[in-house]
Design a protein around this ligand. Sequence first.
Ligand code: GAR
Length: 194
Amino acid sequence: MKNIVILISGGGSNMAAIVRASRQRGWAERLGARVAAVISNRADAGGLSFAREQGLATAVVDHKPFPSREAFEAELVKAIDAHQPALVVLAGFMRILTPGFVAHYEGRLLNIHPSLLPAFPGLHTHRRAIEAGCRVAGATVHQVTAELDHGPILDQIAVPILPDDTEESLAARVLTQEHLVYPRAVESFFHQGA
Ligand code: GAR
């Protein structure tokens, strides 16, 4: 059985969607994979309690005490690699990763970004899409490469932007669709023969 490790920083609703999908009957057998652990850089990440309730291994590697990104990541890599993952899933993990970290997990590191990449990499995607007058927004699951929010696209989902949308209403509409596209992308990752 191949292990999936999910990294979160907050509410973890995408992580929960992937865990729920992975617990559907036949999923693990079909894909030969299971979610093994959830790791957060914040002890107060809401998603950790869901993960614990699900009986998953959890760990916290707080970035704050470390003098550098590299030192933090060295500890994070230890926590991740304890599970020998075939796939590492970034699910609202709000730390910028160094090229060294990305290279370590090359080809087995996925991220979800709340825009239709290559439009709107970076932060405040929904506000920027509304301000730009876009009629559609969405989310993208992509392989992580050294350049932030770039890398081969695995799957995307589009969502209409409505005339009276605010940043918050659009974010909420996109998030519900993220919960569909991320489990689907994880499945396709293993179908492609990880
Ligand atoms: C999601 O909207 C995800 O796309 C976004 O953070 C949210 C996490 O929600 N990720 C990024 O902005 C990454 N740059 P969740 O914790 O409920 O899954």
